[in-house]
Design a protein around this ligand. Structure first.
Ligand code: CUA
Length: 346
């Protein structure tokens, strides 16, 4: 009974892994679709081989039983038959390997051909354990920097330039593309395209230290008009605090070590050692997908990041309750934390 329950649970767990926002089997773009096709053809071929092997094994077991009953049955002829069978199996294995190689070769060619004409270039840099995101633009004043959340216009190819600042990470948004490593000193490029609007979750796919599992990324594909509006909003400086509490929060932020690592556009905070916090309240998650964005979670994170993500470079700030209340008011943020109009940190 216990075994059955364990079996059912793991089976259900396996199946839930096949759908939702982070699944290679639920593709939403040309590269994802090509890879899903490859996964299914490998799976089909391997299933046929597995069934054949099981069939041959069953026949062998039955024959072995018969032979045990009559040990003298083995003769030269059946020895020859066995050798022939082994030879055929070797040839078949070789053919199957060639077949799989050809399939993946053509899939690779298709992937390489996608989006050669991408207009938008986004630089994604891996850090332990978060993603820096920077939208390239020929005009320096129109470069947008953000973190852990990549907005893209749906239906358009976007070029991602992948780099790493410390160790090897791997960028993987299963519904849209395969994995590609971010290697220190190396520049890798990948074309991302989502054919439908939606939020796609990604995950660092190369073990990169204690909090590797908490290195998530969101790709938000939206209609071009919405994307352009988002982009313009990101270019704005952080809004001036409109309440006394928000003013206290801003002063706290600017007078604490926060400014040593973070940037908030329009203030003296201009470091890029940690995530850019301009318009942080407009993002859906905190600490690279570790927590959903809400006022309470933001306060909890600032109060004690080490208990939420042990090993993170974000130190404990030792703020009082009143100070936390001031630093995390997130003006204009909606209850679910994804109001794109929320632009203020303070
Ligand atoms: Cu970064 Cu694993």
């Amino acid at each position: 009974k216990v075994l059955a329950r364990v079996g059912l649970t793991s089976c259900a767990g396996f199946l839930t892994g096949c759908s939702g926002v982070q699944s290679a089997l639920d593709p939403h773009g040309p590269a994802g679709e090509e890879l899903a096709r490859l996964i299914w053809s490998f799976t089909a071929l391997c299933t046929v081989i597995w069934l054949m092997v099981m069939g041959v094994l069953a026949v062998a077991l039955v024959r072995r039983r018969r032979q045990a009953a009559d040990p003298l049955e083995t003769d030269v002829q059946s020895e020859h038959a066995a050798s022939r069978a082994v030879l055929m199996a070797v040839v078949a294995t070789g053919l199957v390997l060639v077949c799989l190689t050809v399939l993946s070769f053509f899939a690779n060619r298709t992937l390489a051909g996608i989006g050669a004409d991408a207009e938008l270039t986004i630089e994604v840099t891996g850090y332990q354990w978060w993603w820096a995101v920077r939208y390239e633009n020929s005009e320096p004043s129109r470069i947008v920097t953000t973190a852990n959340e990549i907005h893209i216009p749906s239906g358009e190819p976007v070029r991602l330039v992948l780099k790493s600042q410390d160790v090897i990470h791997s960028f993987w948004v299963p519904a849209l593309h395969g994995k590609l490593d971010l290697v220190p000193g190396v520049v890798n490029t990948l074309t991302l395209q989502a054919d439908r609007n939606g939020t796609y979750r990604g995950q660092c796919a190369e073990y990169c230290g204690a909090q590797h599992a908490h290195m998530g990324v969101l790709v938000i594909a939206q209609p071009r008009v919405e994307f352009d509006a988002w982009y313009e909003a990101q270019l704005q400086n952080a809004a001036e605090p409109s309440s006394e509490l928000a003013r206290q929060g801003r002063d706290l932020f600017l007078n604490r070590p926060c400014v040593m690592c973070h940037k908030v556009q329009g203030t003296v905070a201009a470091s890029n050692a940690g995530p850019d916090l301009t318009h942080v309240a407009s993002r859906k998650t905190l600490a690279a997908g570790t927590l959903s964005m809400s006022r309470g979670n933001l306060a909890a994170w600032i109060a004690d990041p080490q208990s939420i993500k042990p090993g993170t470079r974000m130190p404990t700030m030792n703020l009082t309750g009143d100070e936390l209340n001031a630093i995390a008011p997130m003006e204009g943020i909606s209850r679910d934390g994804c109001n794109s109009g929320a632009r203020s940190l303070f």
